[in-house]
Write a protein that binds this ligand. Structure first.
Ligand code: AMP
Ligand code: MN
Ligand code: MN
Ligand code: MN
Length: 281
């Protein structure tokens, strides 16, 4: 059987629109054979994901996308093939959950200063037991009629430098890598080109990432073009990092990104799934 991997996706346990069950059903329809659920700072959806994957005869790779800080920048580190019960990881992400609540209060205060009230209460209500993310605020702003579209909520209020943006000290990148290692997982740098770093900052970052125990880098993502794939591939090769592939799927209404709709990985560098099978043995 031909294996089709998608190693980055979100469910409604963080800012995705679908339940883990709906997500895996959709992935199955897209001929994905192995899907990693990588919700932001939570592993709470993995039990449901494993159950549905089993019934669909698919592979579910236990994952997480951890919000980290390195040199004052927010970087996302994926942990693939993790044991969600590992104490270091469980304690670590509990801290991030409180941090997200604190940040949500601060975002709501900034909105209140602009006469947009009730954001915290509504966002907490809508998020339920899920991780609160900026997407929850974007939906609140949209539903309350403050912006004409989800994207405008980021453009006008929530994106870095905008009026309701709250700079947050997440966990240090090296600490997050350590949690992933202690959970038996593979640390992968998510969407490396989205941070808009210069080549010299990228080199500095990848040196630090390797030194901390980083093993993989996303080379193919849901919306990168051939040139961007090539740039990421060059970084993978230069820093001897395994190449990963993931759509970063959130929402079926986003027509640009689909589960499993991904360019093939270059074949002359190791793929991250080879490390995963080693980790699972
Ligand atoms: P958070 O981790 O709570 O800061 O939320 C980040 C999430 O918001 C990302 O994972 C994306 O799903 C989404 N996001 C971040 N920046 C933007 C943007 N400029 N436009 C649309 N969505 C964004
Ligand atoms: Mn997201
Ligand atoms: Mn991300
Ligand atoms: Mn993501």
């Amino acid at each position: 059987m031909i294996l089709k991997y998608d190693l980055h996706s979100h469910s409604n346990f963080s800012d995705g629109k679908l339940t883990p069950t709906q997500l895996f059903q959709r992935a199955k329809n897209q001929q994905v054979t192995a899907l990693a659920l990588t919700d932001h700072d939570t592993t709470a959806g993995l039990l449901e994901a494993q159950t549905i994957a089993k019934s669909l005869n698919m592979q579910c790779i236990n994952g997480i996308e951890i919000s980290t800080t390195w040199e004052k920048k927010c970087l996302h580190i994926l942990g693939l093939g993790i044991n969600p019960q590992a104490p270091a990881l469980v304690e670590g992400i509990a801290g991030l959950q409180s941090l997200r609540h604190e940040r949500a209060r601060k975002i709501a205060l900034k909105l209140a200063k602009q006469k947009i009230t009730g954001a915290y209460e509504q966002v907490v209500k809508n998020a339920g037991s899920s991780m609160i993310t900026r997407c929850h605020f974007a939906n609140f702003l949209l539903d309350a009629g403050h912006v004409p579209s989800f994207q405008k909520a980021f453009d006008n209020y929530l994106a870095q430098g905008k009026s309701a943006f709250v700079a947050t000290e997440w966990v240090e990148m090296a600490t997050a890598i350590n949690w992933i290692q202690q959970a038996g997982g593979i640390p992968v740098l998510a969407h490396p080109l989205r941070y808009k770093l210069t080549a010299s900052w990228m080199r500095k970052l990848l040196t630090a990432f390797k030194q901390a125990g980083g093993l993989g880098i996303e080379v193919v993502t849901g919306n990168n073009n051939a040139h961007e794939i090539h740039t990421s591939y060059e970084y993978a090769k230069k820093f001897a990092l395994a190449a990963s592939v993931g759509s970063d799927f959130h929402d079926p209404n986003n027509k640009w990104i689909e589960l499993g709709r991904l360019a093939p990985l270059p074949t002359d560098i190791p793929a991250v799934w080879n490390l995963l099978s080693v980790a699972e043995e």
